[in-house]
Design a protein around this ligand. Structure first.
Ligand code: FUC
Length: 810
């Protein structure tokens, strides 16, 4: 039997939020037994950052620790990155380019690599890292261990709550990041006793960046054995470049400058303002804010930087944060909370998912993660998917920056991989679930970033390659740097911009919005113009290829990754050219260019099957001898997922070869690489295999107690890729068909999804039992015909004049 859908749960939660919001006390909110399924909850405070709970409004983020003696809020703002506008393009590259190509053609890979290292790389060789605003610490004057304690993150309301009773009283703290007000709101209430605390700011520090682990084999989750209820952070000497002062009677203003990098000066200023509304005694000074004898306190926290765009740093952050905190302070807490719940719910509430429930679902979240690999907890997979949606809404909203390697949440000033945008997989993966999960609006920041890259990347194309159009390599940052970084083995890959264009094209396919098509066409056309100039004839006459390039980060057997025409490049270009041709036709533009792209596309070397039956990663049959047989990247399987060029319906031989390749790579890897494997097996219709991999992803090696994905360390792409994989198991739309339950595992026999999206503007509700569809509703444009595949059955669903189609199975 299909259980009561979590859609019902969600509406109840929203209603409950509304009731609470209408009353003055947060205690009035009724507890609902059934809202468990969309919450993360714990019986102890966060001991480490990876146990803290993230909140965000797309631009401002906080990690909430839920501590009793001293609460810690670690804060981020999405434009607080190091450095300032810079142009890293290296003019020496142009002269080296023909020589590097010749050395590659002669098989002199080491020489080609050395020359590229000396002359083709960006200056500086690394990009600017993302930063942090440091912490707000609330130190309570008296505190003792509580007799009962609970903290939670409710995904449907996007509110983090901490509740406890101690000898001092009964307390409840609520936190949310309001998008309508652009402030973080913290509400503290004492039902008994009083609130007596000092609020201070602790500047960002440079913790030793945790060493990346490339095998994904570390234990990410450890359940803290004993709880230190009264834990206090070590004080860090305040940095001289940070100023703290009272700003009116009830506000604290913190101002500072971003980090400089050795070669790029710091050009941003930032401001962080905390405004207090309380019935207690409040004093502000350069030490911080002192609150005594309060029953209720509302803190309104806002932050901004002087970043306007990648070439303008002339913003006025102080004025912005004053206005936002004062505007919010003029509203009651109840109104702020109501508006926030409505705003978040308008996105989050669009989709619900029920995969069934076992006893495990009533355990605290950290215990469930610890047990996930060894047991079946289908509700945890549903929670993981909903958490992915929550993280998307919280880290990527219209007008802000796209979700970076850590979304928007970052503790220190030298995060792993700079917490930037790695565009040889990670940024694209971040956006895989957006449309199927009915969050297409959250892709807007990515579109604007690619529009910036088309500007900076045009300079890189001209300077390095003497080419038209634009190019981006394997990484970018807030300043939209596009030249190859880190070293040739990673950086000399000219496909990052093209892959981003393909990601945006998929986004367009879900809506077919004409305005989006026009914007996208300009980007795709520029990307194509670059490749029309730089593609060369394969020296062995097998067609058109890229050179120099590489198959992301994977070494071939000749001591380098640099090579000619790796499979992924040809696959990405086949898509890019195909999409651009289609767009030119739809827009009635550039017929001659479309013709040229047709011919060029036909000349790209096709995918090849190697001597072991594998899909070749390289133009040469090198796979058997590659040094890392379990390499995390599976770049040559781009054609299977996300692309779909190789698929079970049209190219069964190539699918068989892809399976040989993927089998060899192994199922479990780093967080994101595990999620990609899950997406691939789901797309190939292998439900049990996908399910095993998902269990590995959700288990303690790849998921922290706060459900953040562990590369390790924390990297958000695994959360998003895992969400995409779970949805891909339930429904897929590609090749002009909608596939129902294409990779459903036996462990999820009954369930229901509501509000999932499919290509061509379709929204679907699907219930299943005994592993088979039970009820389907499609919504979209009236008269649309949808080709639905249910196992081996095919039928055409025609949407009626109300734009709906309904079917029930006996
Ligand atoms: C690529 C990957 C790493 C990591 C980094 C951010 O370099 O190969 O595993 O995800 O991006």
């Amino acid at each position: 039997m299909v259980k009561r859908s979590s859609g019902v749960t969600r509406r109840s939660v929203l209603k409950a939020g509304g009731i609470a919001a209408a009353s003055t006390s947060a205690f009035a909110r009724p507890r609902l037994a059934i809202d468990h399924d969309e919450r993360l909850w714990y019986r102890q405070p966060a001991a480490t950052w990876n146990e803290a709970l993230p909140i965000g409004n797309g631009r401002l983020g906080a990690m909430v620790f839920g501590r009793v003696g001293q609460e810690r809020l670690q804060l981020n703002e999405d434009t607080l990155w190091a450095g300032g506008p810079y142009t890293p393009d290296n003019p020496d590259a142009l002269a080296a380019l023909p020589q590097v190509r010749r050395l590659l053609a002669e098989g002199r890979y080491a020489d080609a690599t050395e020359l590229a290292r000396a002359q083709m790389m960006a200056k500086p060789l690394t990009q600017m890292p993302y930063g942090t605003l440091g912490d707000l610490l609330l130190t309570f004057a008296k505190a003792e261990a509580p007799s009962d304690y609970m903290r939670e993150l409710d995904l449907a309301t996007a509110i983090a709550t901490t509740r406890f009773t101690s000898p001092q009283g009964r307390y409840r703290y609520e936190l949310f990041a309001s998008a309508p007000e652009q402030v973080i709101v913290m509400r503290l209430e004492a039902e008994t006793g009083t609130l007596d605390f000092d609020l201070t700011h602790r500047g960002p520090h440079k913790p030793a960046s945790s060493a990346p682990n490339y095998t994904g084999s570390a234990q990410a989750t450890t359940v803290t054995p004993t709880v230190n209820w009264l834990f206090r952070e070590d004080p860090i000497p305040q940095r001289p470049d940070i100023s703290i002062r009272s700003d009116g009677a009830h506000a604290l203003l913190i101002t500072g400058r971003n980090e400089a990098e050795p070669t790029v000066p710091a050009r941003l200023t930032y401001a962080l303002r905390v405004r207090v509304v309380s019935d207690g005694a409040v004093e502000t000074s350069s030490e911080g804010i002192r609150v005594r004898g309060a029953r209720a306190v509302t803190l309104l926290i806002s932050a901004a930087t002087s970043y306007v765009n990648f070439h303008d740093v002339g913003g006025e952050p102080i004025g912005i944060v004053r206005k936002r905190t004062d505007t919010a302070a003029a509203k009651s807490y109840a109104v702020l909370k109501r508006d926030h719940i409505a705003d978040h719910g308008a996105l989050f509430g669009r989709m619900s998912l029920n995969l069934g429930r076992t006893g495990a679902a009533s355990l605290p979240t950290d215990k469930r993660i610890a047990a996930a690999e060894a047991s079946d907890d289908p509700a945890l997979a549903a929670l993981y998917a909903q958490y992915g949606r929550y993280l998307m809404i919280s880290s990527s909203r219209r007008g802000g920056q796209p979700a970076n390697l850590q979304g928007i949440w970052n503790e220190g000033t030298s995060p792993p991989w700079g917490s930037k945008y790695t565009i040889n997989i990670n940024t694209e993966m971040n956006y895989w679930p957006a449309d199927p999960a009915n969050l297409g609006d959250c892709v807007e920041p990515l579109l604007r970033m690619v529009e910036d890259l088309a500007v900076t990347g045009a300079k890189t194309a001209r300077t390095m390659y003497d080419a038209h159009g634009w190019v981006a390599h394997h990484n970018t940052d807030l300043w939209r740097a596009t030249a190859p970084i880190d070293g040739p083995l990673w950086g000399l890959w000219p496909m990052g911009g093209a892959w981003l264009c393909n990601t945006l094209w998929t986004h367009w396919e879900y809506s077919r919005d004409p305005a989006l098509l026009a914007r996208l066409y300009a980007l795709m056309k520029g990307a194509c113009l670059f490749f029309l100039d730089v593609l060369i004839e394969d020296p062995k006459g097998r067609g058109l290829v890229t050179s120099p390039s590489l198959s992301p980060e994977n070494m071939h057997p000749f001591g380098s990754s640099l090579c000619i025409g790796p499979a992924m490049d040809r696959q990405i270009l086949r898509d890019l050219f195909g999409h651009t041709i289609a767009a030119a036709h739809l827009l009635h533009q550039d017929a001659a260019l479309a013709g040229q792209l047709e011919r060029t596309r036909a000349s790209l070397t096709p995918d090849r099957i190697g001597k072991s039956g594998q899909l070749q990663e390289w133009l040469e049959d090198w796979d058997d001898a590659a040094p890392e047989q379990h390499h995390r990247h599976v770049s040559h399987l781009y054609a299977v997922y996300p692309s779909g060029q190789i698929n079970v319906r049209d190219t069964p031989e190539l699918i068989a070869a892809a399976k040989v390749s993927l089998d060899r790579r192994g199922d479990l890897s780093t967080g994101w690489a595990t999620a990609w494997r899950a997406c691939l097996w789901a797309r190939m219709g292998e439900g049990e295999r996908t399910h095993r991999i998902i269990k590995g992803l959700l288990g303690p090696q790849r998921t922290y107690p706060n459900m953040f994905d562990a590369h390790p360390p924390f990297q958000i792409d695994g959360n998003f890729g895992g969400t995409a994989a779970i949805l891909e198991m339930i429904a897929q739309s590609w090749g002009g068909e909608l596939r129902l339950l294409p990779a459903l595992p036996a462990a999820w026999p009954s369930g229901e999804i509501k509000g999932m999206r499919a290509r061509d503007g379709i929204t679907l509700d699907l219930a299943w039992s005994h592993g088979k569809p039970a009820a389907l509703t499609l919504r979209g444009r009236a008269g649309t015909s949808v080709h639905v595949r249910n196992g081996t059955d095919m039928f055409v669903a025609r949407l009626d004049k109300t734009g709906a189609f309904r079917k029930r199975w006996a």
